[in-house]
Design a protein around this ligand. Sequence first.
Ligand code: HEC
Ligand code: HEC
Length: 564
Amino acid sequence: MKKIYLTTALIAMTISANSASNKATYIQALEKENGIKYNKIDNTYASYITSMCYTKTKDNKSGKVFNPCYSCHTNGKEPNYIDDANLQASYNFPTEILNNPFKNLFKDRSKEVGKISDKEILDYINQSNYFDADHTIALAKNLPKDWQGYRPDCYYNFDKEGFDHSPDGNYTGWRAFRYYPFLGTFWPTNGSTDDVLIRLSKPFRMDKNGKFDKNIYKLNLSIVEAIVKQKDIKLPHKIDESLYGVDLNQDGKIDMAQKVVFDSSKYFTHMSYVGTAKKLLKEHKVHLAGGLFPEGTEFLHSVRYVGWDDKQKHIKMANRFKELRYAKKLYWSSYSELLRAADAELKEQNVLGTDQTESEVWYGDYEHGIKSGTGWIYQGFIEDKKGALRPQTYEETIGCMGCHAGVGAPTDTIISFPRKFEGTDMHSVEYGWNHWSQKSLIGVPEPKVSYKGYGKQYEYSFYLLHNPTGNEFRDNMEVRDKFFDKDGKPKEDMFNKLHKDISVALLPSLKRALQMDKGYKVLVGEQSFIYGREGNAKPIKNVYKKIDNYHQSTGIDKIILHDN
Ligand code: HEC
Ligand code: HEC
């Protein structure tokens, strides 16, 4: 007995030694080629903070004050217990990062950018770095065999309902959806195109006998949408509740349902998933609570260059990825656990304004991703010097955590899904279950959001009135000139156009798109992502190099809050 035990132990040791060298060789080669370090922090532990936080909110000449801060720093909706809206008012940074750590903002890359021709950049971004020439997923093939993190498995091959299919025709589980892009940085006019896909874990895709069932999966996605948004979700057609044994519309009967009802006073006893997940819910192996995703939920987010559609004469998603980003909910956190995590976060942020010296510690590593502390892991891949995708380093991955786990804006760390379109008619512009390559932003009407003291407002117009360039750093003159005249007065006709079609504000011209693509390509050559991921050609002006002290005011006296 003892001997066998020893032998297996020895075999196990040899295997892990082999695997370690496999992974180690891969990582060492990347470090050498790109001049990066996978485990060491080079810049600062505070890279979970964004460059946008250092924006000069006040215009020196006119004295006018802008507010690009409210998009992220806001009163979260329960169960996002983070309320960091106070950060709109002051630059209350930990002492060690009063000096802006994002040095890239101050770089002048115009010389390098000037050397890249339009044709060169178009050729570069039109070429895929996700797929090899034979349409295999390059990164999935290149990652070491013993890689334990996420291995890309999406084929971006969508049917008319947004489901992804592998080359053999099977469902990969990924489903694309369209959403209202988040304010500012995430508009294509500010540098990138992107998409988001969701995948629920296997039991959510299977009937009660454990067989894949597309209708069950679709229904579970709608149920999750109702739970996460904490509101009723219309179904595309009437559903016979008796097939699933769940009272979807909560009218007290098992009949035909046209919507999934979310009633905050009784959902915890009246709502259920369907199929195998329904059984698991009863056994407490998966959970259900308003504003939260079930365990095992995954998201995939490709961030790409801004491409150009020659026929349509407008931008499109480029084939080349800047980044591939991934998140998975590994375990459940209850409301009380989330409240405790948020309290700890607020203590760290010390919103009352005292000297801060400690910054956050994030658990995890570049291989498995970094943990949010509330059940999720985040992981990303980014272009290497030659343009192939590589895993992001520990320090680069820390950069993911703030926006997703440290501010008031997200729902259960997720940003896009709560902003998903809700149209049920497949042919309408607001149909939610498609990829952007199938249906673009063009013709999508502007959403409305309710802010305290302002009432219901057009979301993007409201942002433009507080940030006329449509971005944080006030340097997107294309947007400003579109919506404001020389004296800074809003052009009413343009705002009216925007209400009917959000692409009017969100999409850049070809000239602007190529300029941004070139700047970013120079950044890729530098591999200096930890110092800021903006591909600015010229130094950015409206941003502080140094904050005098943590009491320094932004001059914003009217904090903008959501009417949750
Ligand atoms: C795109 C989102 C975004 C925008 C816009 C933004 N911030 Fe931030 N900010 C963050 C994130 C993420 C963090 C890190 C939060 C965390 O995990 O503690 C942060 C942190 C901060 C902190 C440090 C708090 C701490 O953790 O100690 C201050 C101060 C701050 N922001 C001020 C501002 C101000 C002022 C503005 C507007 C000029 C602004 N931010 C705009 C995302 C943003
Ligand atoms: C500056 C804030 C910010 C940072 C930093 C950031 N994200 Fe996000 N992320 C967003 C926003 C905003 C969206 C929604 C996309 C949109 O509106 O276009 C998003 C979307 C996502 C999604 C899709 C699910 C969702 O939340 O909508 C994933 C997955 C994701 N990000 C992972 C990552 C990873 C991994 C990193 C680090 C490599 C990262 N993010 C860094 C703001 C950020």
